[in-house]
Design a binder for this molecule. Structure first.
Ligand code: ADP
Ligand code: MG
Length: 291
């Protein structure tokens, strides 16, 4: 089950030469289980820093971070790796798939680190790949897949450990508008299935799927607004069975619609082209690799 997430006066300083950059300045945020929060703000405002901290890829200079009842801000590297593996799924702008591995193997990586046996690993990964509409691409390597397909592999990988929290940093930033809408539809489905999602985006269409938009400027929260998206909300157009399948990677039903259905009604502007250079080094590191 997703846990309540809360950060309290979280601060992150970076020291570069003689300068100190305050990337995050006393940020407090409480995130309800099963909610979806969009984080917006100009480049350099601290969005990726916040995601790095929420994702336990980095440690704060000060402040508290709790997942459920557990204080995780001060954990050792090893303990952070374990928490990350068990509780957090990542989706990056640049997909971060291992180039020499098949789609199936990429999805299975978090399960390998979690000590799940090979047969179960591959079965669960195959189920998820079918759920994201890639049942016929399991043996393909990333270079043999389109950008949208690669991001769907990454989404399957993010879900395979049944994480309490999904973190997505500009997930549509490298995609054209059509595939961006497909990925957006998947975020909607994950949300409708009860996942807790934090998504960084420049794209208003992505942000409007969330219930809440938090805006950062200069490392501080300058607004925190609730979005009324109940009309035609996240689950619009999807059957309950399909949604339920998203709630469990071990669920054998594979009748979730492939998300290439166009999602008419998403409307919205084309996803922002984003900027690859904007992605922080820490977030670009594949979290599965340093376990
Ligand atoms: P955003 O994702 O909103 O564009 P970031 O969180 O990447 O912003 O960066 C916030 C601030 O922290 C920026 O001023 C950036 O230059 C600085 N920063 C980010 N990562 C590092 C780092 N590893 N070392 C030094 N400064 C950094
Ligand atoms: Mg960023």
């Amino acid at each position: 089950m997703p846990a309540h997430i809360s950060i309290d006066r979280l601060t992150k300083h970076y020291v570069v030469g003689h300068d100190r950059v305050v990337a995050l300045d006393n940020v407090s945020l409480s995130i309800e289980p099963g909610s979806m929060v969009a984080v917006m703000g100009p480049s350099g405002s601290g969005k990726s820093t916040l995601m790095n901290l929420l994702g336990l890829l980095d440690t704060p200079t000060s402040g508290s971070y709790r997942i459920g009842d557990a204080e995780v801000a001060g954990l050792s590297d090893a303990a952070r790796s374990r928490e990350r593996r068990e509780r957090i799924g990542f989706i990056f702008q640049s997909f971060n798939l291992l180039p020499r591995k098949s789609a199936l193997e990429n999805v299975a990586i978090p399960l390998m680190y979690a000590g799940v046996g090979r047969t179960e690993r591959l079965e669960r990964s195959a189920t998820l790949l079918r759920q994201v509409g890639l049942g016929d691409r399991m043996r393909h390597r990333p270079t043999e897949l389109s950008g949208g397909q690669q991001q769907r592999v990454a989404i399957a990988r993010a879900l395979v450990n049944e994480p309490a929290l999904i973190l997505a940093d500009e997930p549509t930033g490298n995609l054209d508008s059509q595939t961006g809408r497909e990925v957006l539809a998947m975020l909607r489905q994950m949300h409708a299935a009860g996942r807790t999602i934090v998504v960084v985006t420049h794209d208003r269409a992505v942000a409007e799927v969330a219930q809440r938009i938090v805006t950062l400027v200069d490392g501080r929260i300058v607004s925190d607004e609730l979005v009324d998206n109940t009309a035609g909300g996240p689950a619009a157009g999807h059957g309950q069975d399909a949604l339920a399948a998203w709630g469990s990677a071990s669920d054998e039903r594979s009748n979730v619609p492939a998300t290439g259905s166009g999602q008419a009604g998403d409307g919205g502007p084309a996803p922002d082209a984003g900027s690859a250079a904007d992605a922080s080094p820490a977030l670009d590191a594949s979290p599965a690799l340093d376990a």
